[in-house]
Design a protein around this ligand. Structure first.
Ligand SMILES: CC(C)(COP(=O)(O)OP(=O)(O)OC[C@H]1O[C@@H](n2cnc3c(N)ncnc32)[C@H](O)[C@@H]1OP(=O)(O)O)[C@@H](O)C(=O)NCCC(=O)NCCS
Length: 247
């Protein structure tokens, strides 16, 4: 079998638009590769839309791990830390891949690294943002950036900052225990510029790299990578194959 294990500096991001489908065979086939716990969670969703999103996200994750870790999609087991962040349960001989998962209206995505802890967040670019959210969750520097913008640009910057903050929280895997106003991001002038990070007390900016990716006109994605100072992780991002071809 070809070895697709990522190089230490490579961060693999895969995203998948969530299709409107009522393909029962695909659903049945997909459910077979989930664990009993995952199947139970799938069945607890009230709405078809949420069930489909959950199934797509977890198949995408298992198929991506299978490809990168040279093991079948159904063979992966997961455990969670005390804040709920899932990780792979090591298996004899398998590479210790790290990952994070996100799902939002119309999109699922996962990020995988062989070496670093990673965090990932996706949001649907909703044109109607609530200005009160920035006041509650953003640092003064983040709020000042929004105040300099208007219309579409302001709304995009809001979601870029939101997803970056979530990616950091998810990269650390500590959930809501971190005050969100205690750290912040400065967005670059253009897409090639670097995102500047002001960490909370006890953390250092040089341990982190951040990336923002637009997987289409309706969504934004942010990736956080926790690494030793001096390392320069490289993000390799792509749309995954259609769900039916993934497993
Ligand atoms: C879980 C949490 C970290 C992210 O939730 P979310 O943005 O609603 O959901 P996402 O789709 O991006 O991510 C969900 C996935 O993250 C993973 N996850 C769960 N807990 C996690 C944690 N503590 N850390 C990292 N990843 C986590 C899981 O794989 C989960 O998917 P699953 O339940 O299908 O297995 C969120 O509940 C949270 O604690 N957020 C706090 C930050 C906040 O309030 N931010 C406001 C805006 S700045």
């Amino acid at each position: 079998m070809t070895d697709h294990t990522p190089q230490p500096d490579q961060i693999i991001l895969r995203w998948l638009p969530v299709e409107e489908t009522d393909d029962q065979d695909l659903e049945a086939r997909g459910l077979e590769i989930l664990s009993p716990d995952e199947r139970q969670r799938y069945r607890r969703f009230r709405y078809d839309r949420d069930r489909r999103l959950y199934l797509t996200a977890h198949i995408l994750l298992r198929a991506t791990l299978a490809e990168l870790g040279n093991r079948s999609p159904e063979s992966w087991s997961f455990s969670v830390n005390r804040h709920g962040k899932p990780h792979v349960v090591p298996d004899n001989g398998s590479p210790p891949l790290r990952f994070n998962l996100t799902h939002t209206a119309g999109l699922a995505a996962c990020v995988v690294s062989a070496e670093y802890d990673v965090g990932l967040d996706a949001e649907f670019l909703d044109r109607r943002t609530d200005p009160g959210l920035a006041n509650r969750f953003f640092s003064p520097v983040e709020r000042a950036q929004l105040e300099d913008l208007s219309g579409e640009e302001r709304s995009q910057a809001f979601f870029d900052i939101w997803t970056l903050k979530e990616s950091y929280v998810k990269g650390r895997g500590i959930g809501v225990s971190l005050p969100l106003r205690s750290f912040g991001f400065t967005l670059p002038e253009d897409d090639r510029g670097r995102i500047t990070f002001s960490p909370p007390l006890g953390d250092l900016a040089r341990h982190w790299s951040f990336f923002r990716v637009r997987p289409g006109s309706n969504h934004t994605l942010a990736v956080a990578v926790n690494h030793p100072p001096g390392d320069e992780p490289l993000l390799l991002s792509s749309q995954a194959a259609p769900l039916a071809d993934l497993f």
